[in-house]
Write a protein that binds this ligand. Sequence first.
Ligand SMILES: CC(C)(COP(=O)(O)OP(=O)(O)OC[C@H]1O[C@@H](n2cnc3c(N)ncnc32)[C@H](O)[C@@H]1OP(=O)(O)O)[C@@H](O)C(=O)NCCC(=O)NCCS
Length: 158
Amino acid sequence: MHLIEVRDEAHVEILRQLRNECREFMTHHNKYISPRQQTAWWKKVRNDPDHRLYLLSMVGEHVGFGYLRKFGNPPNVHWWSTYGLAKKWRGVGFGVELVDRLLRTVGNEEVWADVLRSNKPSIRILRAFGFEDARGQTTNDRLIVLRRKCGDSRHHTH
Ligand SMILES: CC(C)(COP(=O)(O)OP(=O)(O)OC[C@H]1O[C@@H](n2cnc3c(N)ncnc32)[C@H](O)[C@@H]1OP(=O)(O)O)[C@@H](O)C(=O)NCCC(=O)NCCS
């Protein structure tokens, strides 16, 4: 199992399919993404270092995706994270693998995530990696905003 960076058109298409498979769990933009929309978006972000896109891959198969979007400049960098697994790979522990690998790519920088309150597996994983409620941020009865503070690279306790 490893995390690979999305670099070419073939990867971008796999990312699109995985993201569409996860769209009901996305917090803001959860509409279906067409190949054409994906291509237009990729043109905008492909050379932007503030967008980091990954696939979680096993031999011959891509099982999930991760997306980190950077805001701010040092020392106030924070990343927003989104991720998901293909349906058939959920419920067997790969979510932990995915989040672990994504967090390693940002080292000690702060990471934020907003999650549907109903998404218990995702919330459980983030909390296990040290994410806490981001007080004062937009939380409502539908969404919770979590953050892992700078320097808190504690690992889960499974
Ligand atoms: C969210 C997601 C990444 C989680 O990964 P996963 O490998 O399927 O997660 P698991 O089934 O291993 O569950 C993770 C943890 O939550 C726990 N859990 C699962 N369902 C739960 C529930 N209904 N209530 C409480 N805990 C629950 C599991 O027991 C596990 O905890 P443990 O490791 O301490 O036993 C994956 O389900 C997914 O891709 N979902 C669709 C997309 C998505 O939601 N992305 C995140 C958007 S923020």
